[in-house]
Design a binder for this molecule. Structure first.
Ligand code: SF4
Ligand code: SF4
Length: 456
């Protein structure tokens, strides 16, 4: 279901942000004592790479199961290891987690071991039998991926009928004791449909909405026309605030900006979860507060990070906590300082706290961490200078799960607006966006969708 990007999703909400809330309600939130000795509180666990969708932006290029995926017995041992070192919440992903016959056995054991368990899913085949298994396993949350209105979603997910299946599954989840959440990839196709999508989420009963920017990893790395140019964050952030205030809050939907929706400036308090209580971005959580596990046993500090460079070890060979404590590919964030930053992040006012935001985003754009173009503060600073930042693709990705291509970022003068130009978002007239109905097929013409999804 291409949940891999969604997990960076994935890492979502307030991991690592300092939030003064009851941790029993938000179990992955850090409480004050946790900061003395950071240990992963949250695990995103890919239990299979098998998938029933073919998402055009899938970071893990999911489809077939990985060779040598963990056995049931090994998975249950993983559950016990997680519980032993104090992990509080586990999100099962794939591929599509429910395609493993034993997925509910693993989920049940997570609950039984005292942790909270959820699932992120494309829900193409989340039928009543599997939903019943989820209820019996004690799932707290099911987060369903919806990347726009029907035609837009189906095109990105590579499967006609996938939007209808996701919306139908969402309505059925909403009738169970499981909390319905939704998640959305933000890119040049989905951005103009976000207001209409927010209306749809209210209609289906979503309680939380996790959003994240599509970044050039896996299949998305092959599709630069799909990705937002960094300067387009200047359109996105005011739109998100408007949606949150006008459409989400009145319907009781919590907005969880993913860890690559960054950072600081006037939008931090308005958008960051807990921002109204003073929570702020406190740098990448990889290996400190979160870990990611892959179905063949790889242990990483964050599920989204490129597997080649960020695997600390294998479950078959070492204890998870030893990999977390003792391997540099996982605990790199405990050592990162401003000296490790480069480009515009190096001299940024927020550099000491931010540490260049999301490691994953920086790495998959520029081949190494420490310089993050998807940052609203940075784009606002450029705008003051009459500049805007864009990227250009330099080289292809090799075609492996969690791989990336190579891009460069550069600045250019902001072009003058022609007199009488109507305001647009992602090139679509703002009036059309605001008038878009939640049951419209798409704001896009077919050719525009094909253009945005083309490979290059
Ligand atoms: S420019 Fe870099 S260091 Fe500064 S806030 Fe943005 S991502 Fe963080
Ligand atoms: S790399 Fe860091 S900030 Fe980015 S998604 Fe992973 S844990 Fe979150």
């Amino acid at each position: 279901m291409s949940s891999s990007p969604d997990t960076g999703a994935i890492p979502s909400a307030p991991i690592g942000a300092q939030v003064d809330e009851d941790p029993s309600k938000l179990v992955r939130s850090t409480a004050h004592g946790d900061w003395e000795n950071p240990t992963p509180l949250y695990c995103v666990w890919e239990i299979t790479l098998a998938c029933d969708l073919g998402c055009r932006h899938c970071g893990s290029r999911a489809g077939d199961a990985r060779p040598g995926e963990l056995t049931t017995e090994q998975c249950l041992d993983v559950v016990h290891q997680l519980a032993d070192f104090g992990c509080r919440e586990v999100t099962l992903i794939g591929g599509e987690a429910y395609l493993r016959d034993d997925w509910h056995i693993i989920a049940t054991e997570i609950t039984r071991s005292g942790m909270s368990v959820g699932m992120t899913t494309g829900a193409r085949n989340l039928d009543d039998r599997r939903l019943g298994q989820a209820v019996d396993a004690g799932l707290r949350t099911i987060s369903i991926s919806i990347d726009g209105l029907e035609k837009t979603h189906d095109a990105q997910r590579g499967s006609k009928g996938s939007w209808k299946a996701a919306v139908d599954a969402a309505r059925r989840v909403a009738k169970t004791p499981i909390r319905l959440a939704t998640n959305t990839q933000i890119n040049r196709l989905s951005m103009p449909e976000l207001p209409a999508l927010a209306d749809l989420l209210a209609d289906i009963g979503s309680k939380a909405w996790q959003i994240q920017l599509t970044v050039p990893m896996g299949r998305a790395a092959d599709r630069p026309e799909l990705l937002l140019q960094p300067f387009e964050l200047l359109e996105l952030f005011p739109l998100l605030v408007w949606i949150k205030q006008k459409k989400l809050a009145p319907n009781g939907i919590r907005l969880f900006p993913g860890n690559n929706i960054g950072y600081f400036g006037p939008y931090e308090a308005l958008l960051r979860y807990g921002g109204e209580k003073g929570a702020h971005w406190a740098s990448c959580a990889a290996g400190k507060w979160s870990i990611g596990l892959e179905a063949d046993g790889k242990i990483k500090g964050c599920p989204s990070l490129p597997s080649d460079q960020y695997t600390g070890g294998y479950i078959q060979e070492m204890k998870i906590i030893d990999a977390v404590r003792n391997t540099e590919p996982i605990n790199f964030m405990k050592q990162r300082t401003r000296d490790d930053l480069w480009g515009a992040c190096k001299t940024c006012y927020y550099g000491d706290v931010c540490l260049a935001g999301c490691t994953w985003t920086s790495h998959v754009f520029l081949g190494r961490p420490g310089n993050n173009p998807y940052c609203i503060h940075r784009q606002m600073e450029y705008e003051k200078q009459g500049l805007r930042e864009r990227f250009r693709k330099l080289g292809p990705a090799p075609g492996l799960p969690f791989d990336h291509g190579l891009y460069e970022v550069f600045t250019e003068p902001i072009p003058d607006l022609a007199e009488g130009d109507a305001p647009t978002i992602s090139g679509i007239d703002l009036t059309d966006i605001m008038n878009l109905a939640k049951d419209a097929p798409s704001v896009w013409e077919r050719d525009d969708i094909i253009e945005r999804l083309k490979t290059a």
